[in-house]
Design a protein around this ligand. Structure first.
Ligand SMILES: Nc1ncnc2c1ncn2[C@@H]1O[C@H](COP(=O)(O)OP(=O)(O)OP(=O)(O)O)[C@@H](O)[C@H]1O
Ligand SMILES: [Mg+2]
Length: 255
């Protein structure tokens, strides 16, 4: 059987004395769309950030397409890369879309998109541009290729950020509240792009407060509570028949 696109085993993370992740397990098979729900501070962002090593976990394993990230204890006790080359290769397979887009402000949209494929993947400029234009087309902002981020609306900037992620041809894409920073009228255009990615079979982890969308787009829902997976199941199970008391409360307060 092919290994899962992404597997997280017993992931722990703490900030000082505060244990934020207390042994999280998660498996995303190819084509899975997993939405991660939970109250503020439950550890959703920390989980995504640890998966991509934007934060260093203290314990646990992360496997990308069956290959385990080689980690070793660093000076402060958190796990750091034991083999930079391997970690960079695996990290390139994990796209990350941030709440605040994180585009480089001094670069055109096109340059934002071709930067990592050229630097990290070593693609030729002409090839990177050709690919970028296809992705811009796909997210519906081909006409903005020469604009700078500040000249775009929030929804357009987020779609550019998604195109930038796609250009790396990641195995998995992590979204951390991709529509939370947007004006209400722009939420839908970004959700439509994410929906289209789900429909083409992309593997994604999505932290969102858009409950209707999560229910609709996800193959699985994970409810995180105080750094642990409190409930996991299909959207029908978790939204309609949650087992855990806390998940029930959460669902009833988010209708
Ligand atoms: N860099 C940090 N230093 C110290 N504590 C942190 C840091 N980042 C997060 N925390 C703490 O870790 C806990 C989990 O935070 P996290 O951002 O993962 O929550 P979240 O579920 O994403 O919440 P939200 O829905 O508000 O985005 C919180 O108690 C938070 O205060
Ligand atoms: Mg968060």
């Amino acid at each position: 059987m092919t290994p899962p696109a992404l597997e997280v085993r017993d992931l722990h993370k703490r900030y000082g004395d505060l244990e934020v992740l207390k042994g999280v397990n998660l498996t995303a098979r190819d084509g899975d769309v997993i939405s991660i729900l939970g109250t503020s501070g439950s550890g959703k962002s920390t989980l995504l950030r640890c998966i991509n090593l934007l934060e260093n976990p203290h314990q646990g394993q992360i496997l990308v397409a069956g290959e385990e990230m080689k980690l070793k204890p660093g000076r402060d006790g958190a796990l750091v890369a034991a083999d930079n080359k391997q970690i960079n290769r695996l990290r390139a397979n994990i796209g990350f879309v941030f709440q605040n887009f994180n585009l480089w402000p001094h670069m055109s949209i096109l340059d934002n998109i071709i930067e990592a494929p050229r630097r990290v993947l070593g693609h030729r400029k002409a090839d990177a541009i050709a690919a970028a234009e296809l992705f811009l087309e796909k997210v519906g902002i081909a006409d903005k290729r020469h604009a700078f981020p500040a000249q775009l609306s929030g929804g357009q900037q987020q779609r550019a950020a998604i195109a930038r992620t796609l250009a790396m041809q990641p195995r998995v894409i992590l979204f951390d509240e991709p529509t939370s920073a947007l004006d209400p009228e722009m939420v839908q255009e970004v959700l439509s792009v994410i929906r289209a990615l789900a429909d083409e079979g992309r593997t994604m982890l999505l932290v969102t407060h858009e409950m209707g969308f999560a229910r609709n787009v996800s193959s699985q829902i994970v409810f995180l509570h105080q750094g642990q997976v409190e409930e996991i199941g299909t959207p029908e199970q978790v939204f309609d028949n949650p087992v855990s008391e806390r998940c029930k409360q959460f669902m009833s307060s988010h209708r």
